[in-house]
Each structure stands twice: as structure tokens, then as C-alpha cells.
Design a protein around this ligand. Structure first.
Ligand code: GDG
Length: 455
């Protein structure tokens, strides 16, 4: 038996340097979570990529089968249906949504390409695990090709409530396709309930629902809530490493031992980065005594740069940084240090260690791994996680500093509260969080899902 994992994105790409190529891991939540378990458990990873790894002399940690998309497929399937249609609807941004039938046709076409690739390598005992919103039709297409193997599906983004989901014209087709799986997983109980509510409404009496089982046509799907996690041990070990210690001490010197706040997000409107900056602006306005004492570092990783909404967001973010830095900068001190690029893993961990608090201000987020990563690096149990109530992580973790990112006052207040907070209380809260994440790591998540699927 082998595990076949299917995701849109390739876990690895090649980096071409002068005379040689190196293998480079891709950033992003899903890859960060799945790569360590694939390294440990093995299997085949099927994904899309514009540069095929098989054309280079690189050693892969596990077999990766890549599918090349045409320019039109990337435009209509990825930029179009995935990121201009599903993403805004599933993240509660109907105003950013516009239906284009051509995008849907390409979505079907690309999902079929994945089905063909899997059909070519599958053997009788294999198990298929499909991931995320880019491949929601894949389970049904596999069944159409006569594949009877176990199929699991995990959605990494929220599943919206009925009132939002009903806006989506292909609502019934997507539900039917997901119900071709033996196991369907969501991060939270809310998303699981939303899914069942939508099945009831759109499939009516055709779907027999009994607790967490849905019988549709000749398949029974089990529907579970299972929040994803991180490789806690690896992150904690890296946080304690001498390499990170050296980087941390350089960062501390650069920032003159000021109090540091941190944000780490893909530059996506769902992450609430502009809203976070508005909260910071209000904080410095109301509490000028913190000027020159607190600095905020925002790592914003470029993403989906061909999609109009993301280009607009880039301009809005640049403007907000310019305005706030223009307003409060003094004698060589600037309130916001804005890094518009991806940083190396060890550098990211050094920033986590540097930060006295982190702000996760997502307007909507399936889970949010950054919250769990930050907690895992707090080796002295110091620091505060300020967390949006609209993340799956807020529903799951034992949190204390919840914010409503739509309300700048809520963010400004949380920053002040953490700066003035009792140190012993903060330490015991962080210890609780660390304990929780260490007990519920990515390997536990992976094993629970796979064991459920094998049953
Ligand atoms: C989706 C869902 C869900 C970020 N910047 C750098 C970097 N990262 C890594 C982080 C983290 C990952 O990217 C981001 O994960 P998130 O969970 O925060 O967000 P999404 O990418 O939107 O992920 C999300 C997730 O899937 C898993 O199911 O939690 O809700 O939207 O791992 O560390 N990594 C490096 N440099 C960076 O600059 N090396």
C-alpha cells in the first residue's frame, strides 16, 4: 500500500544558481504541514508545477509526480476559478467575487489532468488523500474512472455557512464531488457543521445524514473536524539551535533591544494586514509614550501576483506603511519594518524568537499555522499571541488575547494589554499554549486522518 497525496502546489521547486541547481521547499501552510510527515512516512506526491523536477539532477525526499499546466489553464483554473472565485466566497468576501463560466471549465479540465495522473500510478491497495479547494472535483472524477480505492479529502480553508455558500453557482456540483470520498476533513467543528447544513439544503433527501456519516448515492462519507498542526519538535529544536541564537543576537542589536511586535502572512486580503496596521496606528496615536520603544516587523510574502485584488492590496499595504511611518518616525526610529519577501526558515524562527508579541489579524483563516509556530518557538514561555477570533486556531486553541480585526480599537487595546500585562500570568498562559501545541502536532493530525481513512 502506498499513500498518494494530491495538492495543487509542488512541495519542492528548483533554484537555479550560476553552475548548479538546488532543491527548494515551497512556502505556505499546507506544504509546511505535510512535508515532514511525507518525509517520515513516504508515499507519492502528485502536484502541479511549471518547472518539472524530473528535468534536473536533484535528489527528492519522496517521489513527486508533477503536472504541467498550459498558460490558459493557469489563468482560468488557478488565478480564475481557485483564487478569484472559490477563495473570496469561502473566506466571506462575496463583494470580491465574480462568476465566469470559462474558469469553471478549466477547473474541471485541470482536475481531470490530476485524475489521469493518479489513475496511471495507482495500485489496488493504495490510498488517495486529496487536499484543498483547488482539487474539490478530483474525488468524483476518480470515481468516474472506476477507481474504488479509499479517498480522503481535507479542506485547508474555511467551509462557509449556508448564506455565503449559496452565492456560489457550482455549489451542488462541489458538494456531490466531495461526497465521493470515504473521509472528508475540516479544521473546525463550525466548518464541519456548515458543510452538513449545505448538504441538507442542496441535496435534500438524496443525502442520508446520520451524525458524522453522509450516505449519498452508493458511498458513505465520514465527515470530521481535525485541526491541522505543525512539526512542533523540529520548530522548537530550530528555535534552540546555535544558528538561530546567532541570528537572534544580530536582530536584537539591530533593533536596539526594543519591544518587538511581529506579523507573518502571505500578502492576502484574508489575512487583515492593512487592518493590523490601522490598529498599530491607533495604538501609537493613543499611547505616544510607546513611540521609539515598540517596533513592528511585518513579513509579507508575495502571493497570487497576477490576480487584480492582490495587486490592489499591495498598493493599499504600501500606502498604509508609508502613511504610518511618515506620521510617527523619529530620529532614525520607524514604527513598521516591512519585509515584502519570503525569508529563510531559520530567519523566520529568529524573528519568532525576537518578537515579544505576534499579531494574527486574519479577517478569515482556515486555521493559521503561524500562531502555532510562534508558540512553539517560545522556549522561555515568554511572549503573547494576539489572535483574530476569525481564525480556525481561535476556535481550537486555549487562547487569551482575542481580537476582532475589523475593529482597530480591539487591536490597539490588545497591544497595550500585553505590554502592561502581568509577566507571571503571561508566562503561564504561554506555557499552556506550548503544552497544547506540543501534544497536538502534525504527526498526530496525520495519523488520526489516515487511520480514520483506512477503516
Ligand atoms: C492555508 C490556510 C491553514 C510564511 N512566511 C514565510 C514562511 N511562511 C510559512 C509559515 C507557515 C505558512 O507559511 C503559512 O501558513 P498559514 O496557516 O498561516 O497560512 P496559508 O498559507 O494561508 O495556509 C490556513 C493552512 O493552509 C494549513 O492548513 O492554516 O488557514 O489559508 O507555515 O511559516 N516560511 C518561510 N519564510 C517566510 O517568509 N520559510
Amino acid at each position: 500500500m502506498k499513500l498518494i497525496v494530491a495538492t495543487n502546489r509542488s512541495p519542492y521547486n528548483v533554484k537555479k544558481e550560476k553552475n548548479h541547481v538546488t532543491l527548494q521547499k515551497t512556502d505556505g501552510g499546507l506544504i509546511s504541514a505535510l512535508d515532514p510527515v511525507m518525509k517520515e512516512n513516504g508515499g507519492v506526491w502528485v502536484c502541479e508545477s511549471d518547472t518539472l523536477l524530473k528535468d534536473y539532477d536533484v535528489k527528492l525526499p519522496y517521489p513527486i509526480k508533477q503536472i504541467k499546466l498550459t498558460e490558459n489553464e493557469t489563468k482560468h483554473y488557478y488565478d480564475g476559478f481557485c483564487n478569484t472565485q472559490i477563495w473570496p466566497i469561502f473566506h466571506y468576501f462575496p463583494a470580491k467575487y465574480k462568476f465566469h463560466i470559462k474558469d469553471w471549465d478549466f477547473y474541471k479540465q485541470v482536475n481531470q489532468k490530476f485524475a489521469d495522473e493518479i489513475a496511471a500510478i495507482i495500485e489496488t491497495e493504495d490510498i488517495i488523500w486529496v487536499h484543498d479547494y483547488q482539487l474539490m472535483l478530483l474525488p468524483k472524477l476518480l470515481r468516474n474512472m472506476g477507481i474504488k480505492n479509499k479517498i480522503g479529502f481535507f479542506l485547508h480553508i474555511p467551509f462557509p455557512n449556508f448564506e455565503i455558500y449559496r452565492i456560489f453557482p457550482k455549489r451542488t456540483e462541489i458538494l456531490e464531488a466531495l461526497l465521493s470520498c470515504d473521509l472528508i476533513g475540516f479544521h473546525t467543528e463550525s466548518y464541519r457543521k456548515h458543510f452538513i447544513e449545505c448538504v441538507k439544503y442542496f441535496l435534500g433527501s438524496q443525502a442520508g445524514i446520520k451524525e458524522n456519516l453522509i450516505q449519498y448515492k452508493d458511498i458513505t462519507s465520514k465527515v470530521i473536524a481535525l485541526p491541522i498542526s505543525i512539526d512542533y519538535k523540529h520548530i522548537e529544536k530550530t528555535a534552540k539551535s546555535s544558528k538561530v541564537e546567532v541570528k537572534l543576537s544580530k536582530l536584537k542589536d539591530n533593533f536596539n533591544n526594543q519591544i518587538i511586535g511581529l506579523g507573518v502572512d502571505r500578502l492576502d486580503y484574508s489575512k487583515g494586514i492593512v487592518e493590523k496596521f490601522e490598529g498599530l496606528e491607533l495604538f501609537f496615536e493613543k499611547k505616544p509614550e510607546y513611540i521609539k520603544k515598540v517596533s513592528f516587523v511585518q513579513i509579507a510574502v508575495p502571493t497570487r501576483v497576477n490576480v487584480t485584488e492582490y495587486r490592489k492590496l499591495k498598493r493599499q499595504t504600501d500606502e498604509a506603511v508609508g502613511r504610518i511611518n511618515g506620521k510617527f518616525s523619529r530620529d532614525g526610529w520607524t514604527p513598521i519594518h516591512y519585509i515584502y519577501s519570503s525569508v529563510k526558515f531559520e530567519d523566520l524562527i529568529a524573528y519568532y524568537r525576537l518578537a515579544d508579541f505576534i499579531i494574527v489579524s486574519a479577517l478569515r483563516d482556515g486555521l493559521n499555522l503561524v500562531a502555532k509556530e510562534y508558540v512553539s518557538t517560545r522556549i522561555n514561555n515568554s511572549g503573547t499571541l494576539i489572535l483574530s477570533e476569525f481564525t480556525g486556531a481561535a476556535e481550537e486553541m486555549p487562547y487569551k488575547y482575542l481580537i476582532n480585526p475589523y475593529d482597530s480599537c480591539s487591536i490597539a487595546f490588545a497591544i497595550e494589554a500585553t505590554l502592561k500585562g502581568n509577566e507571571d500570568k503571561k508566562t503561564s498562559e504561554m506555557a499552556n499554549l506550548r503544552n497544547y501545541v506540543s501534544q497536538n502536532d502534525i504527526f498526530k493530525w496525520f495519523n488520526i486522518f489516515l487511520n480514520e481513512l483506512k477503516q
